[in-house]
Design a protein around this ligand. Sequence first.
Ligand code: 0PR
Length: 388
Amino acid sequence: MRRVTINAFELPFDTVLSELDRRLASDWTFKGGRILGSMCGDPHPVAYEAYQRYLAANIGDTGLVPGLVELEEEICQLVGTWWGRPQVSGRLVTGGTEANLLALWTAKILAREGQDEVILPESAHFSFEKAALVLDLKLKKIPVDAWGRADVEAARRAVNQRTLALVAIAGSTALGAVDSLPDWADLAVQTGLFLHIDASFGGFVLPFLQEAGFPAPAFQWREGYSSVTLDPHKMGRGPIPSGLLLWKDQQTAQATALAVGYLSGGRTRLNTVVGTRSGASVAAVWAVLKHLGRQGYVEIVRQAMEDAHWFTSAVAQVPGVEPVLKVPDLNVVGVRPLKRRADAVSGALRQKGWALSQWTDFFRVVVMPHVTRELLKSFLSDLQEEIP
Ligand code: 0PR
């Protein structure tokens, strides 16, 4: 067993850091680039810097950090503007899981007695399973089409007296598929139901696609949207942890608020799941947004989409595999081996130094900024060797 000590001075500062480096040396990092299956990536250098500076700040104690509170508001307003609704209210949270939980919690508070079913696509992330367990809700899953997009008509048929909320996905976990958001918005308006959009992945891609020269599925905030999840720690180049929940307005955002009287700034209302929250994440996300600006994200998205399309066509040329979608909506590419099991192929590729994520009959390559064209070429040659 490893020896645990209570003597804080046992290892000198430098030694403990080099020991840390030694212990973690064989962990995978984004810097090496060979993590192909992750929706996270290396944060922008300005995020590293900002995060370190404000590591000790707790934005959960709002009275202590009015500056950070203002930055959080600016983050929400800026991202809301990119989504076509600057008047949103939002919170920077730990990621998509917490944001989705917070969204469904909001829906539950606003619901009538007896409403406890959430209608969502079968492509939804497993965070909704957790949210349903925590909030004691039932999930009603509807099928997706050949493009991985939810069948909104099936959702319409599934609505009944018990329906509490609708969830649509803008960038599915497996294939980056974007549901037909205008149809979901119409359904929400017609039924008066709470509609949450999970744009954890697509949130920092969709607003920039058109300018980057790619067809953009409709995403702009419409009447009917109640909340949207977007994760800076996925395509936003923010630090881990950073997720974002945007509510349509201040009133909706207040549904989960709890009055807390004893904190140093006086009586305040806190509407997040967690109490102590990372001020460093807020500072770092603000810094990345301000540094990259709209144009910076357009360039990131242009590169990622060019490489994703190039990779999709290249996979189509490799005998024995096929891209799951002929044209991906976003920079996520599913690769289906035709004669071997997907997990066997991804396992063999892992031996060659590539980290992938796999589903039953395909594996996923997420073309994050650290996944360069050179790297994809080298991956393809290993894939070709593996698929004779
Ligand atoms: N919604 C969608 C559509 C997601 O894809 C994810 C995570 C979430 C919500 C939950 O977000 P958090 O993980 O931030 O709570 N999707 C990634 C996935 O399952 C999570 C991930 C990221 C896994 C990086 C591994 C990894 O290396 O692929």
